[in-house]
Design a protein around this ligand. Structure first.
Ligand SMILES: NC(=O)C1=CN([C@@H]2O[C@H](COP(=O)(O)OP(=O)(O)OC[C@H]3O[C@@H](n4cnc5c(N)ncnc54)[C@H](O)[C@@H]3O)[C@@H](O)[C@H]2O)[C@@H](O)CC1
Ligand SMILES: [K+]
Length: 499
């Protein structure tokens, strides 16, 4: 089972609630643990078919439920003819884990911790069953030599030990590096946020018979409602993209093209007089207008049909542009603020006060740090206690403060609405899109969002759908992607989506 689009992204607390519900419904914890171990063994067979009877596995067990899974896996692999060496960091404390340890003790030895490093080196496969959802503090020093022992293959049960389940941050900076992480029921936030994907290796989510749970945060999913019925171009909105001066129009042109490709009925770019010639030479379907100053924008925005605005890409950060942002905010249209517009808002309390519910802010980490320095500091500080402050927490708090949707960009893009709704667009694992690390990709994302907002999408939904399409477009193009390619993928992508 993979990582589903639209899937819930659970916290440790939400996963515990799902388990508790199953236990209350009559499925004992020990049965869930047995199913978890069966799932791990099935994943081993699927992932490493070259291993089997006679292969050497080293199972590292912690004191809690994660260790309990480990004892059960040891027993199941031994029964299949594997050579099992098991080492416990501490005796099993949790009741189900103690029961599993007792079952294992009937089959094999529980080694003490001193011999662990050699066993790790000898093994074809190391199973990290030290800590899962219950990790609350950094790994202790006894684990250092094991982390550095150079294991051949590492499978982490539930989470690589050291990784915070809710934030994807390594507590104290130390964590196992797994080749495969097998987790249960639904992905956890820590699997997709921050360091999670790099630490987990591949991720395999397996069913253990729990009911589907609701979660505060879900993954994005393919957009709905993108198709066009017959109708007039004005039925699909008119986006206005502001651009900067001479030689600075490329970012806005790409954004404008993305807005048009995603289906806005009309897109107009507005620039200073000196840049008209340059932009005119590069634009056809996107219309072009001269924009002198704030008064001119105020006047332009008297036309109510200009229903979505994008300011930021290549805009500039002088007084003129500051005043343009003020004019745009005063017009209270659907408005995407990106790049330079975010830098202007960060340093101007009046602009910040002008943010409203129709806005979508699309900062990368650097812009986010300028807008919300305290939240960025909390993400940067070493995490020493779980659950640690996460990018989800940071985006949620930012949206609440700004009173509008915030899209915090990254491989783990987080989109937050001021009312607390949250989505993560995870460009990781089977949706990895490393080619998006290219100049101008962010401008295109902002343009996609503005185009959707012209079509009537609210800021939060526009952020979610633009982020999903952005990754899908990048993956459709693949190696060699440059930002100009992204809008051009939308047509084929939408056709493949059945539109
Ligand atoms: N309820 C159940 O029966 C199920 C539990 N599951 C497994 O159980 C795990 C959760 O079990 P737990 O809640 O017991 O949590 P863990 O097994 O992750 O760890 C909890 C224990 O570790 C200690 N601890 C935390 N951080 C430590 C550190 N840095 N150094 C030393 N000790 C530390 C805690 O005091 C506690 O004793 C899941 O991750 C999953 O692997 C699965 O088997 C599914 C079913
Ligand atoms: K683990």
């Amino acid at each position: 089972m993979g990582i589903f689009e639209g899937s819930p992204l659970l916290t440790a607390a939400e996963m515990r609630a799902a388990e508790a519900e199953a236990i209350a419904g009559g499925t004992p914890g020990l049965v869930l643990m047995e199913r978890a171990a069966q799932a791990v063994v099935a994943a081993v067979q699927a992932h490493w078919p070259e291993l089997g009877p006679g292969s050497r596995v080293c199972v590292l067990c912690g004191p809690g439920g994660n260790g309990g899974d480990g004892y059960a896996v040891a027993r199941q692999l031994a029964a299949r003819g594997w050579t099992v060496e098991l080492h416990a960091l501490a005796p099993a404390g949790q009741a189900d884990a103690a029961a599993q340890a007792a079952l294992w003790a009937g089959m094999g030895a529980i080694g003490d911790w001193d011999g662990t490093t050699g066993a790790v080196r000898r093994a074809d496969l190391v199973i990290d069953a030290l800590f899962g959802l219950g990790l609350t503090r950094p790994l202790d020093a006894r684990l250092e030599p094991v982390l550095d022992a150079g294991a051949q293959r590492v499978l982490a049960i539930d989470l690589p030990s050291g990784l915070c389940s809710d934030s994807g941050r390594a507590l104290g900076g130390r964590c196992f590096d797994a080749d495969l992480t097998v987790s249960f029921h639904a992905p956890k936030r820590g699997h997709v946020l921050a360091e999670g994907p790099a630490r987990c290796g591949s991720l395999d989510i397996r069913d253990i018979g729990l009911e589907r749970t609701e979660a505060a945060v879900r993954l994005t999913q393919p957009p709905e409602g993108l198709g066009k019925r017959s109708g007039h171009k004005y039925g699909y909105g008119h986006a206005l993209v502001l651009s900067g001066g001479v030689g600075r129009g490329g970012a806005a042109r790409m954004a404008a093209r993305a807005a048009l490709r995603i289906g806005a009925g009309l897109v107009t770019m507005a620039c200073p007089a000196a840049a008209l010639q340059e932009n005119a030479a590069r634009l056809d379907a996107v219309m072009l207008r001269r924009l002198r100053d704030r008064a001119a924008l105020d006047e332009m925005l008297e036309d109510e049909r200009l229903n979505a605005l994008l300011l930021g890409p290549g805009l500039g950060v002088r007084t003129r542009e500051r005043d343009l942002v003020a004019s745009a905010l005063a017009a209270r249209r659907s408005t995407v603020l990106d790049a330079d517009a975010l830098s202007l808002v960060a340093q101007d309390s009046e602009l910040r006060a002008g943010l409203h519910g129709g806005c979508l802010l699309t900062p990368h980490d650097g812009e986010f740090a300028r807008l919300f320095p305290d939240l960025a500091d909390r993400l940067k500080e070493e995490a020493n206690a779980g659950p640690a402050f996460s990018r989800v927490d940071a985006a949620r708090e930012a949206a609440a403060r700004a009173g509008c949707a915030v899209l915090l960009k990254g491989p783990d893009t987080v989109i937050a609405a001021p009312d607390g709704r949250m989505r993560v667009n995870a460009g990781v694992y089977g949706r990895a899109a490393p080619w998006l690390a290219t100049a101008g990709a962010g401008d295109v994302l902002a343009g996609m969002a503005a185009g959707l907002m012209a079509r009537g999408w609210p800021g939060f939904e526009a952020g979610c759908d633009a982020a999903w399409l952005h990754v899908a477009a990048a993956r459709r193009f693949g190696p060699g992607l440059i930002a100009e390619d992204l809008p051009e993928q939308l047509s084929g992508l939408m056709r493949e989506m059945g539109l």
